[in-house]
Design a protein around this ligand. Structure first.
Ligand code: FES
Ligand code: FES
Length: 158
């Protein structure tokens, strides 16, 4: 039997106290303990990018990150990306404008990766966008639209 631990998570600017098994991933803490189901579970083994969130402003795969590793560090999920009034983040708006999704399952992870990719200065060309978004798979093959959306959002941000 594993002893549970109590941790403080900073999720989208809100402090959340959770008591859980130390082996619980950040992904499961978000989805199962906090009801934040915008972050998706695809492969659950670090290969699809559907679970991408930001920790300390950098993208991480939440299925490979323990919730305890994120304790006390700012975590942003897709639910925290829009403005407090509900206005979409420019990357979200660009995805809508460019029809950059079909089933939508990969989309939260794509958007979180794109935001970081632009912020890191890795969205200077379609090639660069493809390279730095390569960890985010899309079973529906919406890649050309995703790249177009990221390019537009990057141009608006520069
Ligand atoms: S669910 Fe985390 S990388 Fe696939
Ligand atoms: S839109 Fe369906 S997996 Fe990407």
């Amino acid at each position: 039997m594993t002893t549970e631990i109590t941790i403080e998570l900073d999720i989208n600017g809100r402090s959340e106290t959770l008591t859980l098994d130390p082996r619980v991933t950040l992904l499961d803490a978000l989805r199962e303990h906090l009801g934040l189901t915008g972050t998706k579970k695809g492969c659950d083994q670090g290969q699809c990018g559907a679970c991408t969130v930001h920790v300390d402003g950098a993208r991480v795969l939440s299925c490979l990150t323990l919730a305890a590793q994120a304790a006390g560090r700012p975590v942003t999920t897709i639910e925290g990306l829009s403005a407090p009034g509900g206005e979409l983040h420019p990357v979200q708006a660009a995805f809508l404008e460019h029809d950059a999704f079909q089933c939508g399952y990969c989309t939260p992870g794509q958007i979180m990766s794109a935001v970081a990719c632009i912020r890191e200065g890795h969205a200077g060309s379609d090639e660069e966008i493809r390279e730095y978004m390569a960890g985010n798979l899309c079973r529906c093959g919406a890649y050309p639209h995703i790249v177009a959306a990221v390019r537009q959002a990057a141009e608006m941000a520069s």
